[in-house]
Design a protein around this ligand. Structure first.
Ligand SMILES: [Mn+2]
Length: 484
């Protein structure tokens, strides 16, 4: 963050027009619009795609379908996600709002998209200031909105106050993305007027209906995202024997995901060794895993806007103790039976209820619960059997868990048990957390497990961990021994 003075002086000498001119700032004659295009990043996008794997036609179809769902004479307003700052001038990595990305394909902050039956897609775009271009690089503006995102109309953001009020006045109902709502349009008198007459609603009821069912192109991306996480977690399982540290396993899985093309993790990896595994969203990841303990890893990556979510629990030192194996088998059997229930017409709620029955009976049988209906059950497993998965990790939250599943929906199946060290029960089960999570795509005839390539059977896990030494992976140990 040094060199501000020098650069500011220099910037005065650089032609303003050359940097900001609509198509003049190019690398090898390729326009930089602040995100990959098929011209600038042919390794990522094919011709005709706005974002990797998703064509212009698909984006246009999404807008058409959203307009079909919206009542007559209504207008939808969706802002891009805000930039969140870590400190002063240092931003957190930007992540686009899923609805904005789904409708526009724009991966950058600062824009507002308006969709209406009369105007089609109208985008208000940020204007690159010289200072921003010098420090952050090019951004998508009005030209990119028209040429790349295929908006029907596009204006610079400064025109919003002038143009949007008339668009709002011509509508009787307004829908907006509540998650990213900004004062720039909420303060407009025309907006306030409709809000006052109770004619402003959350748009996500409609966008979530669309996003809930994945297109063939989206399914392909979901499969790739799942496959990347499976490969990364498998390598991390092998790695755990030599490096039984929560933090190192988190680093390993992130490295392997990114080496396979993921842009980022879908959430902070949960790496809980021993009793830490009984903390459902454990994120400290700062402990050494002890011999005899299990480690629970819940991880997922994001590939071109599509997330994955997968959990495995295993003993890094190579073998399950009998008490832990007993618990593990119960979770595994519940996982397998719940996966079998996935098909069109079933609901997450139904599958959840079945999982509760199985776990209550199983925990009673092995003596963790004193009786089947014990209220302690909900302390040992307060989670749902699963959730919808897609562009967001807890995708389409407006869709009820009672909704009958349809082909093209992706859900997780993640039974678990989380027994804290202080649990008033048999000592051998205290301080153990186990979750086995798979991703399941609902198909016409039933289901397809997208995370099937990573082992979950006890014998498969033990053989995987114990044979990696025979494969020469102990050479690290030898190296350490000779060099110390
Ligand atoms: Mn999950």
């Amino acid at each position: 963050m040094q060199g501000i003075v020098a650069l500011t002086k220099l910037s005065k000498r650089i032609s303003f027009k050359r940097i900001l001119g609509s198509r003049s700032y190019c690398t090898d004659n390729v326009v930089d619009i602040g995100q990959p295009t098929s011209a600038s990043h042919p390794q990522l996008l094919k011709d005709g795609e706005i974002t990797p794997g998703i064509t212009t036609e698909e984006y246009i179809l999404r807008r058409k379908k959203l307009l079909e769902l919206l009542p007559e004479k209504s207008l939808a307003i969706i802002s891009a996600a805000p930039i969140k700052m870590m400190t002063d001038v240092v931003p957190y990595t930007f992540r686009q709002d899923a609805d904005y990305l789904y409708i526009t394909g724009c991966q950058q902050p600062g824009g507002v998209a308006v969709l209406g039956h009369d105007c089609g897609l109208c985008m208000f775009m940020p204007e690159a200031k010289l200072h921003d271009v010098i420090w952050q690089g090019q951004v998508a503006g009005v030209d990119a909105a028209l040429d790349t995102f295929k908006a029907d109309k596009a204006y610079p953001m400064k025109k919003l106050q002038e143009i949007l009020p008339d668009m709002i006045r011509g509508s009787s109902k307004l829908f907006h993305n509540v998650q990213t709502a900004i004062p720039e349009y909420m303060k407009l008198e025309a907006f306030q007027k409709l809000a006052y007459s109770n004619n402003v609603r959350d748009l996500s009821i409609y966008t979530h209906q669309l996003r809930w069912i994945k297109s063939p192109a989206e399914i392909k991306l979901m499969k790739e995202s799942a496959s990347i996480t499976c490969q990364a977690l498998l390598l991390t399982m092998l790695h755990s024997k030599l490096h039984p540290y929560e933090g190192m396993l988190a680093a390993k899985v992130e490295y392997e995901c990114k080496m396979r093309g993921a842009q980022r993790m879908a959430f902070n990896p949960v790496v809980g060794g021993g009793p830490n595994a009984s903390v459902i969203h454990y994120s400290r990841n700062d402990q050494k895993i002890k011999d005899g303990d299990l480690v629970l890893m819940d991880v997922g990556c994001e590939l071109h806007g599509y997330t994955s979510d997968l959990t495995r629990t295993w003993p890094p030192y190579g073998s399950f103790s009998s008490a832990k194996e007993e618990l593990y088998e119960l979770i595994l059997e519940t996982n397998k039976q719940c996966v079998e229930l996935c098909k069109p017409g079933a609901s997450i709620r139904q599958i959840h209820n079945r999982s509760v029955e199985m776990l209550q009976n199983g925990l009673k049988e092995i003596g963790v619960l004193k009786d089947v209906r014990s209220s302690a059950y909900h302390r040992l497993n307060p989670t749902s059997i699963g959730h919808y998965l897609g562009m967001d990790i807890h995708d389409c939250s407006m869709i009820s868990y009672d909704c009958p599943l349809k082909p093209g929906v992706v859900i997780t199946i993640e039974p678990g048990v989380y027994i804290p060290s202080y649990f008033d029960g048999p000592e051998r089960y205290q301080g153990v957390g186990i979750r086995i999570e798979d991703e399941v795509l609902i198909t016409e005839t039933g289901y397809e497990v997208l995370t099937a390539s990573i082992p979950k059977e006890v014998k498969h896990i033990e053989s995987l961990l114990n044979n990696c030494v025979a494969m020469g992976m102990d050479s690290h140990n030898n190296l350490r021994a000779t060099s110390s």
